[in-house]
Design a protein around this ligand. Sequence first.
Ligand SMILES: [Zn+2]
Length: 657
Amino acid sequence: MKKTYFLLLLVAAIAATAYGWRNQEMEIRFTGLNVPQLEQLRALNLNGEVSPLGDAAMYVIPDELKQVDASGLIYQITIPDLNAHYSGFWQQSKVVPNILVPAGYSTYEQIIAAIDSLVRVFPNICQKIVVGKSMQNRDICVLKISNNVSVHENEAEIVYDAGIHGDEVGGPENLIKFAREICANYSSNPDIKKSVDSREIYLYMMINPDGRVSMSRYNANNVDCNRDYGYMWGAQGGSTAPCSQQEIRVARNFFLSIQPSVQITYHSGQEYVLYPWGFTGNTPPDRTHHAYLANLYATNSTYTTLPVYSSYATYQTFGETIDYTYGCMGTTILTEEISINKQPSDVQGYYDKNVPAMKILIEYAGYGVQGIVNNAATAQPVTAILSVNQGFPFYSDPVVGDYHKFLTAGTYSIRVMANGYTAKTVASVAILDKQTTAVNITLDRDPAAKYAWGYRVVSVQTGGTGNTFSVLGQQDNLYYTLSGANGLVADMQYPIENISGKEITVFISGSTSTYTCYAGQAIDGPWLSLGTSARTDSFDLAAGALSSARYIRIQGANINLDAISGFKSYLTPVLSSPLTGKAGAGIAVFRTNAGYAIRLNGRVQGQITIVTAQGRCCLHACIDNGVYLWRPPGRGMFIIQAASGGRAAIQQCIVAE
Ligand SMILES: [Zn+2]
C-alpha cells in the first residue's frame, strides 16, 4: 500500500515537471521501410521525419503506438519518454559527460543576447525586429542584416528561419553563427559586403521559442507549428484550424509584410534539401527554379551527400512553411534538414557544412528578374500581382513597389495585374545565368474599374483541385475547385465598405453545390455569414452586420470558384504639391476611407502631425527621408500639420492604395 502511494507521488512529480511534449510521448524509429510500408506509415498520420530511403523517426503517444502495432510495421523505441529525456537539457553543465548536452549550444536567452550584441556592435547593418510574442510571452525576434538597415530598399528579401520545431536546436545555432560571420567579415570581405549591400537578409532565429526552452517539437499548446500554416491546411499535428497558433500567426504576418523572394526553413532529424510541395506529389509550375536552388544548395554544401527531394516524396504533410510562402507569396523556398541527430555534438561541423551554401543562396536570391511597378501617370508604386509563365503569383511591395523573382536562365513572359489598373503582359524577358534583369513596369489606371478583385489567397483547406491562384483577379472562367470545412480565404487588398446594395460578388463556374460566403475584417476572422448560394451571386455586407470587410471566405464542397469582387468606394484626396506650412497650421486637408494608405513624400524640418478634424492626434512622425506610408484609423477628414517648433514641406500627399 505504502509502495503504491509512493509510486503515485512519483508519477505526480514527473507530471508536474512535464515538459513540452505530450504526456508519455516517445520517439520511435523505423529503418529500411519499402515503398508500400512508407505509404502505410503515412496513412497513420503521425508526427515526425521520414526519409524516402526508408528511415523514419516518429513521435507517438501510447494510443498512437497501438495503431503502429496494429499496422505490423517494425520499429524500435529510441526515447521512451521525451519529457524525461529532455528535462535537464539546458541545465546540465558542460563538464558532465553527457551527449545530451553538447557544448556550444545556446539557450533562448543567449541567442537573443547575441542578436542584441550584434545590433550594438554593427548598428549600420543590423536591426532587431521583435515580430511578436510566443504563447508563453517570449519575444520572437528577427535579425535583419542589410546596408541602410532601417529602410526597405529595392533589394531582394531573403529569409532564413529555424526553430519551428523547438527540439531541433541546430538550425538556430547555425543562424546565429551565420549572423556573426556575416557581420564580422562585412568590412573586410568584398563578397559578403556585396551581398549585404544588395540584399535584405532576415534571420528568423526561433519561430517557436517556447519549444526551444522546453526542448519540444511543439509549442506550448502541444501543436506541431509546421502543420499549422493555412495553405493546404489539413488538421495534422494537433492543429485545430488554419494558422490557429500564435507563433504561426506571428510568422505568417511577418512573411506577408516582407514577401520573401527566397527562403530556407531549417530543421534537423534528416539530411536532405526539400522543395514544394508538401501536400501533393504534383509538380508545381515553378519547379525548375525551386529545384535549381535546392541543387545549388546541396552542391555548395560540404556534406558527403545531401539528396534533394520534393517534400511530398518524404512524407505527405499539410500546413507546412514551404507550402505557405510558395502558395500565398510565390516565394522560392526550400526546407534544409541539417543533421540526422537532432542535437549533434558537432555543432560547428554542421555549421561548416552549411555555410558555403547559405552564402551562395543569398547571392542567387537576387538573380532572375526584378523591378518596380509604377502608376504610368503619377510614377507612384503600385501594389501588383505578378506571375512568370503562369507560375504562382508574387507581389510588388506596397511602399517601394519593388518585386524580385529568382529565375533560371531562359526567356519568360511576366503577367502583371493590379486592382484599379489595366493588366499587362511583358513578353520575351531574357534571363541570363547569375544575372539580374531589371524590368520596371508601368500600369495605366482603368478609370472604369469599380471593383476590387481577390488579391491573395491567404488560407485554403487541402482537398480541392486546381491552382488556387485561379480565383485571383477578374472573372476569367479559370477556377479552383474548393473542398473542406474551412474553405478558401481571399484577401481583397482593400476593406470593402458596406454601401447600399450588395457589395460582394462570388463568381462560380458551372457548379451546382451550395456554398457559403463569409466576410471578415481580419485575416483570421471572425467570419460572418453573408448567405449561401449555388451559383454566381452577390452578397450584402449588411447581412453580416459588417461596416467593411477585407477578407472573404468561401466554403463548400466541389465549388468551382472563379473570382471574387468587392465594390470599391473611391477616395477623395489627391493633393497638389508642394505643401508647406508653419507649426500648427494646417498644410493639407484630405478625406479618405478606412484602410487606404496615404503616402507622404516629404522633406521636413522637425516633425509632422496628422490630426482629425476634431484636433485629435493620429500620427506624430518624422518623414525627412522621403516616404511615409500612413493608414488612417478610419473614414474621415484629416489635417497634416508641422509639429510644434518645426516647419514642414511635403512634396506630395497621395492615396497610395
Ligand atoms: Zn523539423
